[in-house]
Write a protein that binds this ligand. Structure first.
Ligand SMILES: C[S@@+](CC[C@H](N)C(=O)[O-])C[C@H]1O[C@@H](n2cnc3c(N)ncnc32)[C@H](O)[C@@H]1O
Length: 265
Protein backbone atom coordinates (compact mmCIF):
# COMPACT_ATOMS: atom_id res chain seq x y z
CA UNK A 1 0.00 0.00 0.00
CA UNK A 2 1.41 3.42 -0.83
CA UNK A 3 0.77 6.59 1.12
CA UNK A 4 -1.83 7.69 -1.41
CA UNK A 5 -3.88 4.54 -0.87
CA UNK A 6 -3.61 4.89 2.88
CA UNK A 7 -4.71 8.51 3.09
CA UNK A 8 -7.77 7.94 0.91
CA UNK A 9 -8.96 5.17 3.25
CA UNK A 10 -8.41 7.14 6.46
CA UNK A 11 -11.64 7.23 8.47
CA UNK A 12 -13.36 10.56 8.92
CA UNK A 13 -13.49 11.71 12.50
CA UNK A 14 -15.29 13.99 14.91
CA UNK A 15 -14.10 15.44 18.20
CA UNK A 16 -16.93 15.43 20.73
CA UNK A 17 -17.09 18.79 22.48
CA UNK A 18 -17.90 19.86 26.03
CA UNK A 19 -21.15 21.88 26.25
CA UNK A 20 -23.68 22.90 28.95
CA UNK A 21 -24.07 19.23 29.81
CA UNK A 22 -20.36 18.99 30.60
CA UNK A 23 -18.79 15.95 29.00
CA UNK A 24 -22.05 14.01 29.14
CA UNK A 25 -24.04 15.55 26.29
CA UNK A 26 -26.80 13.88 24.26
CA UNK A 27 -24.48 11.72 22.20
CA UNK A 28 -22.65 10.26 25.19
CA UNK A 29 -25.86 10.00 27.24
CA UNK A 30 -27.69 7.97 24.58
CA UNK A 31 -25.21 5.11 24.77
CA UNK A 32 -23.89 5.67 28.31
CA UNK A 33 -25.49 2.60 29.88
CA UNK A 34 -24.07 0.29 27.20
CA UNK A 35 -20.70 1.96 26.60
CA UNK A 36 -19.72 3.35 30.00
CA UNK A 37 -21.98 2.26 32.80
CA UNK A 38 -21.37 -1.07 34.47
CA UNK A 39 -24.74 -2.68 33.74
CA UNK A 40 -24.20 -6.22 35.02
CA UNK A 41 -27.45 -6.91 36.95
CA UNK A 42 -25.63 -8.97 39.60
CA UNK A 43 -23.30 -6.07 40.34
CA UNK A 44 -26.13 -3.54 40.37
CA UNK A 45 -28.14 -5.73 42.76
CA UNK A 46 -25.21 -5.84 45.17
CA UNK A 47 -24.60 -2.11 44.96
CA UNK A 48 -28.29 -1.44 45.56
CA UNK A 49 -28.39 -3.82 48.54
CA UNK A 50 -25.38 -2.07 50.07
CA UNK A 51 -26.82 1.43 49.56
CA UNK A 52 -30.23 0.40 50.85
CA UNK A 53 -28.73 -0.98 54.01
CA UNK A 54 -26.70 2.20 54.55
CA UNK A 55 -29.75 4.44 53.97
CA UNK A 56 -31.75 2.42 56.52
CA UNK A 57 -35.18 3.94 56.97
CA UNK A 58 -34.08 7.34 55.67
CA UNK A 59 -33.81 8.89 52.22
CA UNK A 60 -30.85 8.66 49.86
CA UNK A 61 -29.38 11.37 47.64
CA UNK A 62 -27.18 10.52 44.65
CA UNK A 63 -24.69 13.16 43.57
CA UNK A 64 -24.22 12.95 39.76
CA UNK A 65 -27.18 10.61 39.34
CA UNK A 66 -26.62 10.29 35.58
CA UNK A 67 -29.03 7.98 33.77
CA UNK A 68 -30.28 6.52 37.03
CA UNK A 69 -28.24 3.35 36.51
CA UNK A 70 -28.06 2.90 40.30
CA UNK A 71 -30.76 5.28 41.58
CA UNK A 72 -33.66 3.72 39.65
CA UNK A 73 -33.13 0.17 40.96
CA UNK A 74 -32.46 1.60 44.43
CA UNK A 75 -35.76 3.47 44.23
CA UNK A 76 -37.52 0.31 42.97
CA UNK A 77 -36.18 -1.53 46.02
CA UNK A 78 -38.26 0.75 48.23
CA UNK A 79 -35.65 3.36 49.20
CA UNK A 80 -36.69 6.97 48.57
CA UNK A 81 -34.03 8.51 46.29
CA UNK A 82 -33.37 11.99 44.91
CA UNK A 83 -30.53 13.20 42.71
CA UNK A 84 -28.35 16.12 41.65
CA UNK A 85 -26.93 16.06 38.13
CA UNK A 86 -25.14 18.49 35.82
CA UNK A 87 -26.28 17.05 32.50
CA UNK A 88 -29.83 17.51 31.19
CA UNK A 89 -29.05 14.89 28.56
CA UNK A 90 -28.21 12.24 31.17
CA UNK A 91 -31.41 13.04 33.09
CA UNK A 92 -33.40 12.79 29.85
CA UNK A 93 -32.14 9.19 29.57
CA UNK A 94 -33.13 8.57 33.20
CA UNK A 95 -36.66 9.84 32.44
CA UNK A 96 -36.97 7.39 29.51
CA UNK A 97 -36.35 4.47 31.89
CA UNK A 98 -38.57 5.74 34.70
CA UNK A 99 -41.97 4.15 35.09
CA UNK A 100 -43.80 6.78 37.16
CA UNK A 101 -41.71 9.97 36.70
CA UNK A 102 -41.47 10.48 40.44
CA UNK A 103 -37.71 10.60 40.95
CA UNK A 104 -36.82 14.17 41.88
CA UNK A 105 -33.63 15.48 40.24
CA UNK A 106 -32.07 18.92 40.61
CA UNK A 107 -30.03 20.04 37.61
CA UNK A 108 -26.87 21.62 38.98
CA UNK A 109 -23.34 21.21 40.23
CA UNK A 110 -22.88 18.73 43.08
CA UNK A 111 -20.36 21.17 44.55
CA UNK A 112 -23.05 23.73 45.32
CA UNK A 113 -26.55 22.67 44.21
CA UNK A 114 -29.15 22.04 46.91
CA UNK A 115 -32.18 19.81 46.83
CA UNK A 116 -34.86 19.94 49.52
CA UNK A 117 -34.71 17.13 52.02
CA UNK A 118 -32.63 15.66 54.81
CA UNK A 119 -30.90 12.46 53.87
CA UNK A 120 -29.47 9.53 55.79
CA UNK A 121 -27.20 8.70 52.85
CA UNK A 122 -25.50 10.81 50.19
CA UNK A 123 -23.56 8.71 47.69
CA UNK A 124 -21.24 9.43 44.78
CA UNK A 125 -20.19 6.37 42.81
CA UNK A 126 -18.31 5.25 39.71
CA UNK A 127 -15.18 7.39 40.19
CA UNK A 128 -17.24 10.57 39.75
CA UNK A 129 -15.43 12.52 42.50
CA UNK A 130 -12.61 12.61 39.90
CA UNK A 131 -14.82 14.72 37.60
CA UNK A 132 -14.17 17.60 39.99
CA UNK A 133 -10.76 18.67 38.77
CA UNK A 134 -9.50 20.77 41.70
CA UNK A 135 -8.95 20.03 45.37
CA UNK A 136 -11.17 23.01 46.22
CA UNK A 137 -14.09 21.57 44.25
CA UNK A 138 -13.67 18.11 45.76
CA UNK A 139 -13.57 19.57 49.28
CA UNK A 140 -16.65 21.68 48.52
CA UNK A 141 -18.41 18.51 47.41
CA UNK A 142 -17.79 16.97 50.84
CA UNK A 143 -19.24 20.10 52.41
CA UNK A 144 -22.28 19.99 50.16
CA UNK A 145 -22.85 16.37 51.13
CA UNK A 146 -22.65 17.33 54.80
CA UNK A 147 -25.27 20.07 54.26
CA UNK A 148 -27.75 17.50 52.99
CA UNK A 149 -27.25 14.91 55.72
CA UNK A 150 -29.22 14.29 58.90
CA UNK A 151 -27.20 13.77 62.10
CA UNK A 152 -25.79 10.26 61.90
CA UNK A 153 -26.10 10.30 58.10
CA UNK A 154 -23.40 8.99 55.80
CA UNK A 155 -21.51 10.13 52.73
CA UNK A 156 -20.30 7.24 50.61
CA UNK A 157 -17.77 7.63 47.82
CA UNK A 158 -16.87 4.80 45.50
CA UNK A 159 -13.76 5.50 43.48
CA UNK A 160 -10.68 3.78 42.28
CA UNK A 161 -7.37 4.02 44.03
CA UNK A 162 -5.24 5.96 41.52
CA UNK A 163 -3.58 3.35 39.26
CA UNK A 164 -0.28 5.21 39.10
CA UNK A 165 1.76 2.17 40.10
CA UNK A 166 0.85 0.67 36.75
CA UNK A 167 2.36 3.55 34.77
CA UNK A 168 5.63 2.35 33.25
CA UNK A 169 8.66 4.03 34.86
CA UNK A 170 9.44 7.38 33.22
CA UNK A 171 6.15 7.51 31.32
CA UNK A 172 2.86 9.29 31.90
CA UNK A 173 0.35 7.29 29.87
CA UNK A 174 -1.65 4.17 30.59
CA UNK A 175 -3.90 2.37 28.11
CA UNK A 176 -7.24 1.18 29.54
CA UNK A 177 -9.03 0.04 26.37
CA UNK A 178 -7.76 -1.38 23.14
CA UNK A 179 -10.08 -3.25 20.81
CA UNK A 180 -11.52 -2.80 17.34
CA UNK A 181 -14.25 -0.47 18.64
CA UNK A 182 -12.57 1.58 21.36
CA UNK A 183 -9.09 2.81 22.22
CA UNK A 184 -8.62 4.54 25.58
CA UNK A 185 -5.47 6.07 27.02
CA UNK A 186 -5.12 8.00 30.29
CA UNK A 187 -2.42 10.65 30.47
CA UNK A 188 -1.29 11.55 33.99
CA UNK A 189 0.18 14.72 35.48
CA UNK A 190 1.73 13.24 38.60
CA UNK A 191 2.60 16.59 40.17
CA UNK A 192 -0.87 18.11 39.94
CA UNK A 193 -2.75 14.81 40.52
CA UNK A 194 -4.70 15.26 37.30
CA UNK A 195 -5.22 13.01 34.33
CA UNK A 196 -6.94 13.17 30.97
CA UNK A 197 -8.86 10.21 29.63
CA UNK A 198 -8.59 10.10 25.86
CA UNK A 199 -11.10 7.94 24.00
CA UNK A 200 -11.41 7.03 20.33
CA UNK A 201 -14.50 5.09 19.30
CA UNK A 202 -14.54 3.49 15.87
CA UNK A 203 -17.68 2.55 13.96
CA UNK A 204 -17.22 1.36 10.40
CA UNK A 205 -15.05 3.95 8.70
CA UNK A 206 -15.80 6.71 11.21
CA UNK A 207 -14.15 7.58 14.49
CA UNK A 208 -15.02 9.90 17.37
CA UNK A 209 -12.61 11.40 19.83
CA UNK A 210 -13.34 12.51 23.38
CA UNK A 211 -10.88 13.83 25.94
CA UNK A 212 -12.04 14.31 29.57
CA UNK A 213 -10.03 15.92 32.43
CA UNK A 214 -10.06 14.39 35.93
CA UNK A 215 -8.36 14.78 39.30
CA UNK A 216 -7.41 11.76 41.40
CA UNK A 217 -7.12 11.76 45.16
CA UNK A 218 -5.73 9.18 47.54
CA UNK A 219 -7.80 7.81 50.43
CA UNK A 220 -5.67 9.78 52.89
CA UNK A 221 -6.48 13.05 51.09
CA UNK A 222 -10.17 12.23 51.15
CA UNK A 223 -9.87 11.64 54.89
CA UNK A 224 -8.54 15.17 55.19
CA UNK A 225 -11.30 16.57 52.99
CA UNK A 226 -13.82 15.06 55.39
CA UNK A 227 -11.98 16.15 58.51
CA UNK A 228 -11.27 19.61 57.15
CA UNK A 229 -14.79 20.37 55.99
CA UNK A 230 -16.12 23.32 58.05
CA UNK A 231 -19.65 21.92 57.77
CA UNK A 232 -18.61 18.91 59.77
CA UNK A 233 -17.53 21.18 62.60
CA UNK A 234 -20.05 24.00 62.24
CA UNK A 235 -21.86 23.45 65.53
CA UNK A 236 -24.94 22.68 63.49
CA UNK A 237 -23.49 19.20 63.42
CA UNK A 238 -21.86 19.41 66.84
CA UNK A 239 -22.99 15.98 67.92
CA UNK A 240 -21.70 14.33 64.79
CA UNK A 241 -18.99 11.74 64.73
CA UNK A 242 -16.73 11.79 61.69
CA UNK A 243 -14.97 8.71 60.51
CA UNK A 244 -13.75 7.97 57.06
CA UNK A 245 -12.82 4.37 56.68
CA UNK A 246 -11.76 2.73 53.48
CA UNK A 247 -12.95 -0.75 52.81
CA UNK A 248 -11.72 -2.73 49.87
CA UNK A 249 -14.61 -4.18 47.90
CA UNK A 250 -17.22 -2.76 50.22
CA UNK A 251 -19.84 -3.61 47.64
CA UNK A 252 -18.69 -7.23 47.86
CA UNK A 253 -17.68 -7.16 44.21
CA UNK A 254 -14.88 -5.84 42.07
CA UNK A 255 -16.95 -3.10 40.49
CA UNK A 256 -15.76 -1.13 38.27
CA UNK A 257 -13.56 0.61 40.74
CA UNK A 258 -12.51 -1.45 43.69
CA UNK A 259 -12.52 0.92 46.61
CA UNK A 260 -15.15 2.77 48.50
CA UNK A 261 -14.99 5.29 51.31
CA UNK A 262 -17.60 6.05 53.88
CA UNK A 263 -17.98 9.17 55.98
CA UNK A 264 -20.31 8.87 58.96
CA UNK A 265 -21.45 12.19 60.34
C1 LIG B 1 -19.46 8.34 35.24
S1 LIG B 1 -21.02 9.15 35.21
C2 LIG B 1 -21.78 8.41 36.64
C3 LIG B 1 -23.30 8.47 36.57
C4 LIG B 1 -23.99 7.61 37.61
N1 LIG B 1 -23.66 8.05 38.95
C5 LIG B 1 -23.64 6.15 37.42
O1 LIG B 1 -23.10 5.55 38.37
O2 LIG B 1 -23.90 5.59 36.35
C6 LIG B 1 -20.60 10.76 35.75
C7 LIG B 1 -21.79 11.68 35.89
O3 LIG B 1 -21.38 12.81 36.65
C8 LIG B 1 -22.04 13.95 36.15
N2 LIG B 1 -21.28 15.10 36.63
C9 LIG B 1 -20.01 15.45 36.32
N3 LIG B 1 -19.64 16.54 37.00
C10 LIG B 1 -20.69 16.89 37.77
C11 LIG B 1 -20.93 17.95 38.69
N4 LIG B 1 -19.98 18.84 38.97
N5 LIG B 1 -22.13 18.01 39.32
C12 LIG B 1 -23.10 17.10 39.04
N6 LIG B 1 -22.94 16.08 38.16
C13 LIG B 1 -21.75 15.98 37.54
C14 LIG B 1 -21.99 13.72 34.65
O4 LIG B 1 -22.88 14.55 33.95
C15 LIG B 1 -22.34 12.25 34.58
O5 LIG B 1 -23.72 12.05 34.54
Amino acid sequence: MNIGDFTTTLPTGTALQMNDDGYFGAKVARTYDQDHGGNDPIVIDRVVACLKELAGTGEALEFAIGTGRIALPLSASGCKVKGIELSNAMVAELRKKETDGSLQVEIGDMVSARIPGAFSLVYLVFNTIDNLVTQEAQTACFENAARHLVPGGRFLIETRVPPVQRIPFGQTTLAFACDEKHIGVDEFDLVNQTYTSNHVWMTGDRHEFLSIPFRYAWPSEMDLMAWGSPCFWSGLHATFRVSFSWAVNSFGVKFPSDECGLVSL
